[in-house]
Design a protein around this ligand. Structure first.
Ligand code: SF4
Ligand code: SF4
Length: 171
């Protein structure tokens, strides 16, 4: 999570329950918040500190998993009801709209955004990325992986920078 895991534990548990799977233990780790329409990722020292703390958090979680401790160890979680309302009214009706996205003239038509999108919401047409679905996951993977920082979401992301986890090496 960046600032709060919301009720992600409850959401996951409800989905898995439908497949007769019960979640026994929940953990949360604070990471740099990549929702850059709101959060600023331009302070490299702050990012470094957050990553160092997250490494410590992971070290504390590992023995709990090894010992098969049960419980909800998530910090700063929100109520299911509030999160569900936020999901419907804020995320689903607003944040997910792809009309929030655009690409600047810095685009070099590399196609990485199209390949990176987990739900195929982007297609390169006439050498430019086009959002071909009305809604997407709003994960911002396309924005953060663009080699030229050409993709923006709203007006704030240009000021807030890009971020890729330095420990994760995926294309
Ligand atoms: S990843 Fe960036 S540079 Fe490459 S096609 Fe998409 S917007 Fe253009
Ligand atoms: S934000 Fe995520 S889901 Fe939406 S277009 Fe970009 S990569 Fe695809």
């Amino acid at each position: 999570m960046g600032t709060s895991p919301g009720a992600s534990g409850d959401f996951i548990n409800k989905h898995l329950n439908k497949k007769n799977i019960e979640v026994n233990a929940y953990f949360s780790i604070i990471m740099p918040d990549t929702w850059t329409p709101m959060f600023d990722l331009t302070d490299s020292n702050k990012i470094k500190n957050t990553l160092e703390k997250s490494t410590e958090e992971i070290k504390n979680i590992i023995p709990k998993i090894k010992n098969k401790e049960n419980g909800n160890f998530m910090d700063k979680k929100k109520s299911y009801l509030i999160s569900k309302i936020g999901y419907i009214l804020v995320y689903n009706r607003g944040m997910r709209k792809t009309k929030n996205f655009g690409a600047s003239n810095d685009c070099v038509s590399c196609g990485k955004c199209e390949k990176s999108c987990p739900i195929n919401a982007i297609k390169i047409i006439d050498n430019r990325p086009r959002w071909i679905k009305k809604k997407c996951l709003a994960c911002l993977r396309c924005l953060h992986r663009c080699p030229n920082f050409a993709i923006q979401y709203g007006t704030n992301t240009i000021k807030h920078g890009q971020y890729l986890n330095p420990y994760v090496d995926i294309e």
